[in-house]
Design a protein around this ligand. Structure first.
Ligand code: NDP
Length: 276
């Protein structure tokens, strides 16, 4: 075909929604883009990427377990990719250089601020979890200038490490779940506890009637965390589907210089998720 070729690479890759999302972006923007799914070789990420480039591929989204390999593969890194230590977007330039970026953080921030109308500036933010996803969102989140960010994690040392690594960007502190004090304006669940139907054991007092809760997980049913937050009287509960679509839109923009309207794509994705 005469279309420009992009793909998502991961292992496994069958269940990725990225080909579906980017194909819709190409339709709504009328960009000549073909978007595939590539099963990466876990023993040889560079080999898999080289093969894709040899076939003319212009860019990749990168998912589990290759986000760190992608960081190492690249020759240039955006500031947010450096901060994240992980990469979800690669750009293969004509001169042979490889630009790495991470759009996950800007994805969640845009979902919260643009799609849900919540202004993060001056707000108290609680983040649950200290894994790769949380590391990826801290730079874009802190650039919105919240008054304070508290990172709570099961393994407290990992939260402390993050707080240290990002201390130059704002007020960031760390603690264990049961030690979280006070109420918050925004609570982001970046743990994978919802996967196993578990709840991080934070005090109920973290939620007040104006609190907005965001679970990075999503599914056909409301996540356990969002069910709990709703029961505690949170003003709004949001799942991670918008983050998924917004990070994809940012990658599309990096590759094409065109920003797709995410609203129809998010609506269609929500419908297909509900239908199973
Ligand atoms: P990691 O494996 O890097 O980190 C997992 C985190 O969850 C750690 O902080 C871990 O704590 C914590 N955790 C795991 N199980 C439990 C539990 N039972 N109780 C309390 N805490 C627990 O995962 P990621 O950071 O990559 O992903 C985290 C979540 O974010 C996933 O659910 C993923 O699906 C979602 N995500 C969503 C995206 C989107 O676009 N919507 C994008 C990226 C991620 P500890 O350090 O103690 O092990």
């Amino acid at each position: 075909s005469n279309k420009d070729v992009y793909a998502v690479i991961g292992s496994p890759i069958k269940h990725s929604k990225s080909p579906w999302i980017h194909t819709l972006f190409a339709e709504v923007t009328q960009e000549p883009v073909e978007y595939k799914a590539v099963l990466g070789n876990e023993q040889d990420f560079a080999g898999s990427v080289d093969a894709f480039r040899a076939e003319g591929g212009l860019g990749l989204n990168v998912t589990v377990p290759f986000k760190q390999d992608a960081f190492n593969y690249a020759t240039e890194h955006s500031e947010r990719a450096k901060r994240a230590g992980a990469v979800n977007t690669l750009v293969f330039r004509e001169d042979g250089s490889v630009l790495a970026d991470n759009t996950d953080g800007v994805g969640i921030v845009r979902d919260i601020t643009k799609n849900h109308g919540f202004n993060i500036q001056g707000q108290r933010v609680l983040i649950l979890g200290a894994g790769g996803a949380v590391r990826g969102i801290l730079e874009p989140l802190l650039s919105e200038q919240p008054s304070a960010v508290v990172i709570a994690n099961r393994t407290v040392s990992k939260a402390e490490e993050l707080a240290q690594d990002f201390a130059d960007l704002g007020s960031v502190s760390a603690c264990g779940f049961v030690d979280v004090e006070g109420a918050f304006d925004l609570i982001i669940n970046g743990t994978s506890a919802s996967l196993s139907g578990e709840l991080p054991p934070v005090p109920e007092t973290v939620i007040q009637s104006s609190t907005v809760c965001y679970d990075m997980m999503y599914g056909a049913e409301m996540t356990v965390f969002n069910q709990w937050a709703q029961k505690q009287g949170a003003s709004q509960v949001i799942d991670g589907l918008g983050m998924l679509v917004e990070q994809a839109a940012e990658s599309f923009f990096i590759w094409r210089g065109v920003r797709p309207d995410t609203t129809p794509v998010l609506t269609a994705l929500r419908d297909s998720l509900k239908q199973g």
